[in-house]
Write a protein that binds this ligand. Structure first.
Ligand SMILES: *Cc1c(COP(=O)(O)O)cnc(C)c1O
Length: 485
């Protein structure tokens, strides 16, 4: 068996900055002043903020130590399902940090922003080509904000036809943000049950789709990691009754260069540039969730739009049917630069990215099948979903598996999601991991299943070698400590 990566080693304790340092200590010596001291702000009467007094080394150690408490894809495998925690090549960060990219101000006149506008314009064209859609706006700042844009477009479209609709169909395998986005736009979210294969049945959709329903939101591949193979028929049913089809494209990492979303009936979709197109994420942002539409919905896209006329790029605000503005200026530019750089550096190899992501997930699925209960036993896309059913006799749960994996040097997979699988363990290895690293992970999972039978106590106690043991998650949610003191 391969040796596990493991999680032993030196972890430094580190107090809050306010608990360090000493009065008068400072990180940088200014020349002796030759004018009288004056308060920064008269109204404060010398009562400045209570900043700690620290030396440069104390500050450096503080943040270095905190950074070592973190776990990222650069420290180990991070198979967090539905999140695409893949490795993001450093060159893309480097392009975004170029002074002309990082330093450009959004209020510069158009003549001085031609390069940035061209980048946005070209990126929108590339994303249109990758998805098969006709028009794109990279303005939304997250996948969920792309969904919100999509739902606002649903609403504006039906209003433009003079017959607003009130409901949106949402499969039980959709991402949790989908019903939230629909509800935020005033739609009633109508749940749709998926079938035994884990996908939508056209008959079920046909029963629910009516003239009050604005359309359907389909996560494809869905949160079980399964491709919605009936999506064309579903789209035909929805279109025949005047509805629109929304495609949640956050899982694009499985289908780049393989699926043309417009051809399978999608009218509006979003992408997650921070998942699929190379931006480190997981710390809460910033992100980018471009919204992509078919031709007839382009007039509803957010403003401003970047257009090209007479070899000059311009920002156009005058679009009477637009849903308006979702973000200052034109979204999170640094993430757009990373995506542009990623797409240009890979080109047609983007298809290989998806093929490797799917192959890796199927490899894990095949090797762990029987060791863990496989919720839906069929070929998967970029992620596979197991459950803790086979561990129940030993009173071992999904949470125990996740905690033990941390000691073995892995970030746990997504757990207890999707909700349609009881005790779900959702594994998304991405294309980044080598076969040896996939094998290390698989071996760790197999060892945990053995431990469940032989030493269940060990699993209940995990993690023991980490900085903190099991946390009181309910307590943390009920009594959050927000002051930092
Ligand atoms: C991550 C994800 C989202 C939400 O994206 P955010 O950028 O986190 O708002 C939506 N749908 C699916 C399928 C996702 O995986």
């Amino acid at each position: 068996m391969n040796p596990s990566v493991g999680a032993t080693g030196l972890i430094f304790n580190e107090p809050l900055l306010w608990e360090k340092g000493a009065r008068g200590r400072c990180g940088f010596s200014l020349p002796r002043r030759d004018v009288a001291a004056a308060p920064l702000n008269e109204s404060l009467q010398g009562e400045g903020p209570d900043f700690p007094d620290l030396s440069e080394l104390e500050v450096t150690r503080h943040f270095t130590r905190l950074s070592q408490w973190n776990f990222g894809v650069e420290s180990g495998m991070y198979p967090l399902g539905s999140c695409t925690m893949k490795y993001n090549p450093k060159t893309n960060d480097r392009q975004a940090a170029l002074p002309g990219m990082a330093g450009i101000h959004p209020l510069l006149p158009i003549e001085l922003s031609q390069g940035a506008l061209q980048l946005i314009y070209d990126l929108e064209r590339y994303l249109a080509e990758i998805t098969g859609m006709d028009a794109v706006s990279v303005q939304p700042a997250a996948g969920s904000q792309g969904e919100l844009a999509g739902m606002l477009i649903f609403s504006a479209y039906h209003q433009s036809l003079g017959r607003p609709r009130t409901k949106v169909l949402i499969p039980d395998t959709a991402h949790g943000t989908n019903p939230a986005s629909a509800a935020l736009c005033g739609f009633k979210a109508v749940p749709v049950k998926s079938n035994e294969q884990g996908v939508l049945s056209p008959e079920v959709v046909a029963d629910l789709m009516d003239e009050d329903t604005a359309g359907i939101m389909i996560t494809n591949p869905n949160t079980l990691g399964i491709f919605e193979e009936n999506i064309r028929q579903v789209a035909e049913i929805v279109h025949a009754r005047g509805g629109l089809v929304y495609g949640d494209g956050a899982n694009m990492n499985a289908i780049m260069g393989i699926v043309n979303l417009k051809a399978i009936g999608v009218d509006v979709m979003h992408l997650n540039l921070h998942k699929t197109f190379s931006t480190p994420h997981g710390g809460g942002g910033p992100g980018s969730g471009p919204v992509c539409v078919v031709e007839k919905l382009a007039p509803f896209l957010p403003v401003p739009r970047v257009v090209k006329k007479d070899e000059t790029y311009r920002l156009v605000e005058d679009m009477p049917q637009s849903i308006g503005k979702l973000h200052a200026f034109y979204g999170n530019f640094g993430i757009q630069v990373r995506a542009y750089s990623y797409i240009l550096s890979l080109g047609a190899l983007l298809k290989k990215v998806s093929q490797f992501a799917v192959l890796s997930a199927n490899y894990i699925k095949a090797r762990l099948k029987g060791v863990y209960h496989l919720a839906y036993d069929q070929p998967c896309m970029h992620e596979c979903v197991f459950s803790d059913k086979l561990l129940e006799p030993y009173k071992i749960s999904t949470l125990d598996v996740a905690k033990r994996l941390m000691e073995m040097g892995f970030h746990p997979p997504t757990i207890y999601f999707p909700l349609v699988v009881h005790g779900a363990i959702m594994i998304e290895p991405t294309e980044s991991e080598s076969k040896e690293d996939l094998d290390h992970f698989i071996d760790a999972m197999i060892r945990i299943a053995e431990e469940a039978r032989e030493h269940p106590d060990k699993l209940h106690a995990a993690p023991t070698v980490t900085k903190v043991r099991r946390l009181d998650e309910t307590g943390a949610a009920r009594n959050p400590c927000l002051s930092g003191r």
